[in-house]
Design a protein around this ligand. Structure first.
Ligand code: ADQ
Length: 407
């Protein structure tokens, strides 16, 4: 990548309604993922590792937990050469919140005018992935693009939740349809559609003009309005992440990974990707670290029992006789004697009482599962107490059973 001056807007204001109840009190970018991350950590790490240091995080819905996380994990982090500024809606251009992604950037257009960067990156905040944004910048320059959209093939059935692209063999975008009911398959791969990852690079002048026009036309969204319009007048290219992105982080990784975790079932499944002897997505990569909270508590403690193929967060305490399998336990979980936890995601500050049995469940923060309780074995019974996803994953909401503070 030549030396480019790039600023990034990270769009972190989405409601994440399909991830309910995990998004009852927090936005999707703030949802915990894996043993110690929040969703937003992936995009921020990717940008910082790509040497993009000026980052504005645009927040909106239920943003308090996200702001707190970013303050703790990112403002006080040891790599202080970046600056990440959280920007709430300030109604700078009228009395309304961010109406969509383009409107959110439009309301902060002064930041672009102040910095006058060469390129503006507009990235989503709710995906799990590792990406070297410099490779996308190189692609953008090689093609003399005005706008570049990162994209990759997704199965046709899933493509209805994405922006679907038709591109020529060089990557020039010929058509862009936001969330089509009947996605157009890729000519060379008819089982898949070419989907936008929601990450864009704009030449600054092109973006400024496009936003000006968008405001005049009442357009509020990049995928829904601005990109379909711009492709008629500008050089809009699709950066094929699946084939162009070279994992330049050998020997730790030999494949690329990107996952949208928009629903409870997708979220639950994505956790399987970080488990196993050779995880599909190995978060550990010292050449491309994913940063998160600098929690200073104790390491995990295992007093006995059996732990197989699981991740134990800091400060977890596993008592005698427990059986933990294919599970992720985040910070300060306490599993009491004889409890069985199988295929579960257990979030921070959860206590699982003696002899309780949990299977295919997500237990959100601050819960005390009572001794002998059983979750994930009878869907009808679970439905009376909890949310159960279409794929049969039981979700215990934050603080639903009783707040747990370790004694
Ligand atoms: P969606 O994810 O459905 O599709 P959207 O809800 O606009 O689109 O969210 C995009 C990003 O912007 C998310 O990170 C979200 O948190 C954030 N966001 C949403 N509304 C916001 C607002 N008002 N203020 C600030 N941030 C906001 C988009 C694209 C598709 C693409 C998928 C990939 O529109 O074309 O395929 O992302 O997941």
């Amino acid at each position: 990548m030549q030396t480019e001056r790039i600023i990034a807007f990270v769009m972190a204001g989405g409601q994440g309604s399909r991830l309910q109840p995990l998004t009852t009190a927090r936005s999707k970018p703030s949802v915990p993922f894996g043993s110690r991350y929040r969703m937003v950590d992936f995009v921020l790490s990717n940008l910082v590792n790509s040497q993009i240091q000026t980052i504005y995080l645009l927040v909106q819905y239920k943003s308090q937990s996200l702001i707190e996380h970013v303050r703790k994990a990112w403002s006080l982090s040891p790599m202080l050469q970046h600056f990440i500024t959280v920007v709430p809606p300030q109604m700078l251009s009228g009395e309304h919140w961010f109406q969509g992604t383009a409107d959110a950037v439009n309301q902060n257009i002064n930041l672009i005018e102040e910095h006058r960067p060469d390129l503006v990156a507009v990235f989503g905040a709710d995906h799990v992935y590792r990406m070297d944004v410099r490779q996308m910048v190189d692609f953008h320059r090689q093609n003399q693009a005005d706008i570049t959209v990162a994209a990759l093939p997704v199965p046709l059935a899933e493509a209805t939740s994405f922006g679907v692209i038709a591109a020529d063999p060089q990557g020039r975008v010929l058509a862009f349809e936001e969330k089509p009911a009947h996605p157009t398959p890729m000519p060379e791969r008819p089982t898949h559609a070419f989907a936008s990852m929601g990450n864009y690079l704009f030449d600054t002048q092109v973006l400024l003009e496009a936003l000006h026009e968008a405001q005049k036309n009442g357009e509020t969204d990049f995928g829904g309005h601005v990109l379909p319009r711009l492709l008629r007048t500008h050089r809009l290219f699709a950066y094929d992440f699946a084939t162009n992105e070279i994992p330049n982080i050998q020997p730790y990784e030999d494949r690329v990974y990107w996952r949208d975790v928009g629903t409870i079932d997708a979220y639950f499944d994505a956790h399987k990707d970080v488990l196993g002897a050779e995880p599909v997505f190995d978060v550990f990569n010292p050449l491309w670290p994913i940063y998160s909270s600098g929690y200073q508590g104790p390491v995990a403690r295992v007093l006995g029992g059996e732990v197989r193929n699981s991740l134990l967060g800091a400060g977890t305490l596993i008592h005698e006789g427990c059986k933990i399998t294919n599970s992720i336990l985040r910070r300060e979980a306490v599993i009491e004697e004889g409890a069985v936890v199988e295929d579960c995601v257990i979030m921070d500050f959860v206590r699982i009482g003696r002899g309780a049995r949990l299977r295919r469940a997500i237990v959100d923060r601050h819960n005390h599962i009572e001794a002998g309780d059983s979750i994930g074995f009878d869907e009808a019974v679970d439905r009376e107490r909890f949310h159960v996803s279409p794929g049969g994953v039981t979700v215990v909401s934050e603080g639903q059973i009783s707040y747990f503070a370790r004694d």
